[in-house]
Write a protein that binds this ligand. Structure first.
Ligand code: DX5
Ligand code: ZN
Length: 220
């Protein structure tokens, strides 16, 4: 079985103590940093932008997974590469020329991800799946942390896994939104590789042991 990863979402961190929370993730069993960039246009919320990302990547010592919830992501691909993103994920719904966008992300030296809103079928990825390093399956509507997990996600992940296998692709499946110790195991069983967890980690009493517990649940 391939390695299963836990990616704490910094959106749920304490921004007054951002360095402390980054060091906590560095010291934990977590695999990736998940960073949510929201523009207030593609989603009804604004998170943070380049100066904050720059501060994060200065201290982060693990893979930096950037999830762009913005319109016209092509405009900023090089900027995110320069800021230290390792994985750059764009939304399917925000890209008119998805194939071109994916190539541009790879040309800039990053892994290329595509995020699907809850209403977007995995079938839309049929023609492009071999060019995608990661599919981020949104298990809540993007824009906010702390929302309730959408149950249809299990079935969607199963269908995505089948598509990846049928096409002989090596794409990772990431789940984003409402992940906790109750749904983690079932998501892995359906085919997930990376679990993003925001509130469940940062609002817990002991984030280090919450991450450790999640890692044990996913089996690594
Ligand atoms: C939602 C973001 C998520 C969010 C997850 O739009 O993409 O990454 O931070 O937070 P939780 O785990 O609290 O649902
Ligand atoms: Zn996200």
């Amino acid at each position: 079985m391939s390695q299963k990863r836990i990616a704490p979402s910094i959106l749920a961190a304490d921004f007054v103590n951002l360095q402390r929370d980054i060091e906590m993730v560095n010291a934990s069993n977590a695999d990736w940093f998940h960073i949510d960039i929201m523009d207030g246009v593609f989603v009804p919320n604004i998170s943070f932008g380049m100066p904050v990302l720059k501060a994060i990547t200065k201290h982060a010592r693990k893979t930096v997974d950037v999830h762009l919830m913005i319109v016209e992501p092509d405009r900023y691909i090089q900027t995110f590469a320069d800021l230290g993103a390792d994985v750059l994920t764009v939304h399917f719904e925000a890209c008119t020329h998805l194939h071109r966008t994916l190539q541009a992300i790879k040309d800039a030296g990053m892994k290329a991800g595509v995020a699907l809103n809850p209403h977007t079928s995995v079938d839309h990825l049929e023609e492009v799946i071999n060019d995608v390093d990661l599919v981020c399956v949104m298990s809540v509507n993007p824009g906010f942390g702390g929302q309730r997990f959408i149950e249809n996600t299990y079935d969607k992940v199963k269908r995505l896994k089948a598509l990846i296998e049928r096409r002989g692709a090596s794409t990772l499946i990431e789940i984003d939104g409402g992940v906790n110790d109750k749904n983690a195991k079932a998501l892995i069983e359906k085919g997930a590789d990376v679990l993003v967890a925001g509130s469940f980690v940062f609002k817990s009493e002991d984030p280090i042991s919450t991450i450790k517990n999640l890692k044990e649940i996913v089996g690594q």
